[in-house]
Design a protein around this ligand. Structure first.
Ligand code: NAP
Ligand code: G3H
Length: 471
């Protein structure tokens, strides 16, 4: 059985307490990680604080070359990392490896982009001032708490950790429980890479037990959190005196405005809705389409959905078990509610424990929960709507505002409609997606606060420091 320890000040934590991590595919224990106590957690923040100033004083190119040793170890161990990830979150092996490789690319890009975070020089003239030269540089915020979700345990962790470290911050990292094996496996790589002591600390334990203790620690200068709206809002309360970047849930709509390339639209919608069994914040979580186009779209979607492989992550099945049985129960409750209120199950609605077949639900009406709630599972509701005005209204009548898609060959019509949609990003003729990671990534309304993306993270994890020369 796998067993990995948390890391504080480059020392593995050995407090005799363990947290068991389940394999969602076998429903057996995949391994265990350290379960930290409040004292351990305080120590992690305290060493992060005491090592920060010295780390920030290391010049940028030197910091990059130190962190590159760690990046190279990730690259050398990518198959092992993908295997661990696949065992604890049931993401198929191919996609797990792709996640690690994408992360290495993010790290490389971040190293390059950090060199372009240049100071701004201003002459102070007017408004009562003259003979002033202001130089405003970006400096580290201090101690950054990074909290990642289960669905991208590697990528979303390092999309926070690397920009924080490269800009001279120190990090306390809390992975999701499902995702802790791969998180704590990093402890060994940090030691091997001989990163300076205390700059990168990994704390593991169940969020509902230690979450509040972590997020209310007074040493934190900034929290970068990705996860659900419920926990995000709790963090808003606990971390109200620190800077926050929150990337939360979504209910991304796909508006299909014509039938000029339906085959391509279907492929995008299916990959968007069912990739990693629908457990992506940017999954297509509802389709808005008029009756005439829906009559052609639904049979096409049905055929393609029925050809998706359903099975185990080790066999690279497209649809794999969702993270746990509780999550499967919730997804099933949305299907049952829709059925009971008159929706038409076109395909799917089959389940073995937490393995759920991809489910297409047609004629979803606005009184059904699945029209509004985030399932985080392999179900796709079709809402039949007559006009673009009504589609825009339904798209916007949501608590969420992460992304949306518009499928339409008339680019002017697509752009004019996109501009009316209240989400962080609208994708024209593709599924919603975070990448490429160099793009700003943000949610509005309940979907988040602040912006991620490579450059945006380098900026959000620093602040201006002004030097004004009077001559
Ligand atoms: P979650 O349950 O909110 O957990 C996210 C993280 O918060 C985990 O590390 C969790 O640890 C931790 N946590 C739990 N309770 C906490 C507390 N009281 N204080 C501080 N941290 C706490 O979310 P999830 O189930 O892992 O991920 C799915 C959700 O994330 C979906 O809603 C999805 O849309 C969203 N998501 C959003 C984005 C985005 O960029 N917008 C990206 C990915 C996912 P434990 O696991 O130990 O509880
Ligand atoms: O789960 C949320 C992720 O940020 C989505 O990333 O669009 O690259 O799958 P993705």
């Amino acid at each position: 059985m796998r067993q990995y320890k948390a890391l504080i000040n480059n020392e593995l934590v050995d407090n005799g307490q363990w947290l068991e991590i389940m394999n969602p595919a076998t429903l057996e224990i995949a391994g265990k990680v350290s379960a930290l106590t409040p004292d351990d957690i305080n120590k992690a923040f305290s060493v992060a604080r005491s090592s920060q100033e010295q780390w920030e004083q290391v010049e940028l190119l030197k910091r990059i070359s130190i962190l590159k040793r760690f990046r190279d170890l990730i690259d050398q161990n990518k198959e092992e990392i993908a295997q661990i990830m696949s065992e604890e979150i049931a993401k198929n092996l191919k996609e797990s490896l792709a996640e690690v490789e994408r992360t290495v690319e993010i790290i490389d890009y971040t190293f390059e982009e950090a060199k372009r975070i240049e100071p701004m020089a201003l002459t102070g003239e007017g408004m009562g001032a003259k003979n002033k030269l202001g130089v405003f540089s970006r400096v580290a915020k201090g101690v950054i708490l990074a909290i990642s979700p289960f669905n991208y345990p590697f990528n979303l962790a390092f999309a926070k950790i690397i920009p924080a470290l490269v800009m001279g911050n120190t990090v306390v990292f809390k992975p999701a429980t499902a995702g802790s094996l791969v998180g704590a496996y990093m402890s060994e790589l940090v030691i091997k890479a001989e990163l300076p002591k205390g700059i990168f600390n990994i704390i593991t334990g169940r969020g509902r037990e230690i979450g509040d203790i972590i997020t209310s620690n007074p040493e934190i200068d900034m929290i970068s959190f990705t996860g659900s709206v419920g926990i995000g809002n709790q963090i808003r309360k606990n971390g109200s005196t620190t800077d926050l970047v929150l990337e939360l849930g979504g209910k991304d709509p796909a508006l299909v405005l014509d039938d000029l390339n339906l085959d391509k639209y279907c492929d995008e919608i299916i990959n968007g809705a069912f990739g990693y069994s629908g457990q992506r914040c940017t999954a297509v979580k509802r389709v808005l389409v008029n009756n005439e186009i829906a009559d052609k779209l639904v049979p096409l979607l049905k055929n393609k959905i029925e050809s998706l492989s359903v099975g185990m992550p080790k066999d690279n099945a497209f649809i794999t078990p969702v993270i746990d049985e509780k999550s499967a129960d919730f997804i099933q409750s949305l299907i049952d509610d829709a059925k009971q209120k008159g929706a038409n199950i076109v395909t799917g609605d089959k389940r073995e424990k937490n393995l759920m077949w991809p489910t297409l639900i047609d004629n979803v009406s606005l009184d059904m929960k699945v029209a509004w709630e985030e399932p985080f599972g392999p179900i796709l509701p079709i809402i039949r709507i007559d006009t673009i005005d009504e589609m825009v209204k339904i798209a916007n009548d949501s608590q969420f505002g992460l992304q949306a898609s518009i499928f339409c060959q008339d680019i002017s019509k697509a752009i004019l409609t996109a501009k009316r949609i209240k989400t962080g990003t609208v994708n024209i003729n593709s599924r919603p997606q975070r990448g490429p990671d160099s793009f700003p990534f943000l949610g509005i309304k309940d979907s988040g606060e602040g912006v991620q993306g490579i450059r945006e993270s380098l900026l959000s994890m620093t602040r201006y420091m002004g030097l004004v020369i009077n001559y």
